[in-house]
Design a binder for this molecule. Structure first.
Ligand code: UDP
Ligand code: MG
Length: 322
């Protein structure tokens, strides 16, 4: 019996590169015997010809399945949709821009056959990346691993192939604010890491701006750690402690030496300082509250406008709970 493999490919405005991606990956898949492959392309609300290209692929090749969103929901949602629509024993995820080199696929499949649950790529060098970006990225891994109880491997990429039970475990996490790097490591399972060099994008442009990456990092930290909430508590306690000590110092000084120059500058400083602290703490609470708000709304992580996959996953037709 051939093993079934679904390859999930999130695509957002990738019409420049899709043809090349499809031909390169198909070449590799043709060399892997003993597997029954399917593509699951997820069109994440592209505004270019991506959907037309996917429809054409599907018409010409019965291995091609696609899901098309009603608008752009982000890569996290695209990966989630791909996994929800997958049915195979092995499920892979790779970017459409060929930065995730498909040459690794045969080795990854072999690792799963050997008994590993996950075969995942890990970035070893950051040569293709700006200095500032890689410094931030390193700092991010330090911070998140300190603050949360999951241990996220530095440089771990979304590029991976997983066994069905791993996919089911990931799908069992219903959160709306999805931070895959955290989710992937939170579920555990035996992982074989593959060193993977950062390739240049084959065509098209990266969809990540610095501010998007910053939001993403914040999502990761807030999604997987409550330490920031505690930090605001500790800083609050420490600063009011300092306030009390300072008040005592002024009291004693006034008793010993009498009152001198009215302390208006120090009051202004204190107002700014404590005002700032209060706003920071409120901001941190606000970030959590905003996420709780989004979670309790139970909004779907994506909406499908068109797909050639039948039947659709069962739970999609369920009425909304709550
Ligand atoms: N992507 C997506 N939705 C988005 C942004 C990106 O599906 O909103 C896809 C994109 O088409 C690509 C992958 O996610 O296949 C990685 O995106 P990109 O290459 O822009 O990110 P980078 O490699 O620069 O981190
Ligand atoms: Mg890319």
């Amino acid at each position: 019996m051939k093993k079934t493999v679904d390859l999930v490919v999130p695509c957002f405005n990738e019409s420049d590169v899709l043809e090349l991606f499809y031909s390169e990956v198909s070449k590799i898949l043709d060399q892997c015997e003993g597997y029954n492959f399917h593509y699951i392309f997820v069109n994440d609300g592209s505004r270019d010809q991506t959907l037309d290209i996917l429809r054409r692929f599907a018409a010409e090749d019965s291995r091609v399945r696609y899901v098309s969103f009603s608008r752009n929901f982000g890569k996290e949602s695209a990966m989630l949709a791909g996994m929800k629509y997958s049915t195979a024993e092995y499920v892979g995820i790779l970017d459409a821009d060929l930065q995730h080199s498909p040459d690794l696929i045969p080795q990854m499949l072999a690792a799963l056959d050997e008994g590993y649950d996950i075969a995942a790529a890990r970035r070893v060098d950051r040569s293709g990346e700006g200095k500032v970006k890689s410094a931030f990225s390193r700092a991010f891994y330090k911070v998140i691993n300190r603050m949360s109880d999951v241990d996220i491997a530095e440089g771990a990429q979304d590029f991976r192939i997983m066994r069905r039970p791993v996919v089911e475990a990931i799908l069992s996490m219903p959160e709306y604010n999805r931070f895959s790097k955290g989710i992937f490591s939170w579920v555990g399972f035996r992982t074989k890491w593959f060193a993977h060099e950062n390739r240049e994008r084959a065509a098209g442009q990266s969809k990540w701006s610095f501010s998007k990456l910053f939001r993403y990092a914040l999502d990761g930290i807030i999604g997987f750690s409550t330490v920031p909430l505690k930090v605001s508590l500790y800083v609050g306690v420490a600063s009011s402690g300092i306030g009390v000590l300072y008040a005592l110092y002024i009291l004693i000084r006034t008793l010993l030496r009498g009152s001198d120059v009215p302390g208006y500058p120090s009051i202004i400083c204190a107002i700014f300082f404590f005002g700032g602290l209060i706003l920071c703490s409120l901001g941190i609470i606000g970030e959590y509250l905003a996420r709780i708000y989004m979670e309790v709304k139970h909004r779907p992580a994506f909406l499908v406008a068109e797909t050639n996959i039948i039947p659709e996953p069962a739970e999609k037709s369920e009425p909304a709970k709550g």
